[in-house]
Design a protein around this ligand. Sequence first.
Ligand code: ADP
Length: 467
Amino acid sequence: MTPERETTEQTPAAPALLRLTLRAESDVFLVRQRGREVAAAVGLEHQDQVRLATALSEIGRYLVVTLPTPARAEVAFSAAVDSTPPTLVTEVSAVLPAGTSERTLAGALVVGRLVDTFSITPDGETTLIRMTRRIPSTANPLTPDRLAVIRDNLNASAASTPLEEMAEQNEQLLAALEETRAQRDELARLNDELAETNRGVLALYTQLSEELDETNRGVVALHAELEDRSVQLRAASEAKSRFLANVSHELRAPVTAVIGLTRLLLDPASDPLTAEQREQAELIRSSAADLLSLVNDLLDLGKAEAGAIEPNWSDVELRAVFGQLRGTVRAMATRPEVALVVVDPEPPALIRTDEVLLTQVLRNLLHNGLKFTEHGEVRMTAEVDGAEWTIRVRDTGIGIPAELQERVFEEFYQVPGRGSPSGARGTGLGLPYARRLSRLLGGDLRVTSEPGGGSVFTVHLPVSPAP
Ligand code: ADP
């Protein structure tokens, strides 16, 4: 083949780095070995060198050994440095024996996978087999000077003998085998690892489901126990309410009798008492009065808890309730340092409720306000917002620490260590009762307070409770 033939339409080839002729079987070794040398010289990686050598070996063997009449072929290597990336171009130009077509060749040569591009095209008398392979960017740049040096070196160096090339080929084969074996071992190891992991996951899953089952059983048992407890609690609470109601009821008559008797004793119309006797009788009377108020409170609370209080619903004018409270409670506000302010709501201030119960609640709150305020004022206001009345009793008294604000609604609870400034004693039953009544009336009673800054007790009530 002539150099002009290399200027094919595919890549403008540079002058060949090396040319070889392929005639007999011994040439196949030569082409293989020198092909590898060219590949190494332009910077192809080891694997690619072997691939190109293998492809050349296959082509060569087919052309001069397999074909019934050996073909004649020229092999040329060149570097296409203008393309990106640069490639090593290998062209085999063969005169095929009669009866051998390009198609036969294409069917026989399965070397396409060893290189980047592979083509077989007729080229006048001859057939052109063309292969290219990318030169990695890591290789030294192929400047014209370097190409010239490579060309000179290749043409100067002699080829080794077929035997040497065979030994080299064997070595490469062994290396490839070794690599395959290593890959197979690695695959087996990965498979084992996967199986192991699967077993682990399965064990974990089983363990987790068992734990979940166990927990579920625990939760179910806990629910049953909670149910039992709440039944017991309800029973205990009902028993307590019954007890409160009965005992207070039983106590009321004798205590009232004691008060009556002491009053009789102290009556000026009765036999005169000595000063000391009078003092003692006075003590008995006031103690009995305290006891009666406690008994009455207990009785009220007991009734409320037992659900024995049935509200007597009617349309109530709030201003009337406020007016009445202003009158009755003022009598209690005897200290000039504390003002009682009852602000009438804007008319019409109608609410459907039980007037007596509501009055009880508010009176209780006003009493407390006066009891626990040293100076300043106790103010009651009411406002309506949509379907709800909000009645506030605000004082400037000693206040209640945040952590005790719910406890004051427990029966008998009194904030410890602080008597009321007015000196009045209480039972600790007022607020629990007031809250019960508020709820009975369809609303609620809440408190916000700041120690030293006063308290606000708020009664929320529906304008018209649901039937
Ligand atoms: P009592 O007033 O008979 O002690 P209550 O149930 O009405 O019982 O109140 C419980 C406790 O809540 C009171 O002892 C007091 O410590 C606290 N308390 C109630 N109202 C006020 C208030 N307006 N300011 C400060 N503390 C209050």
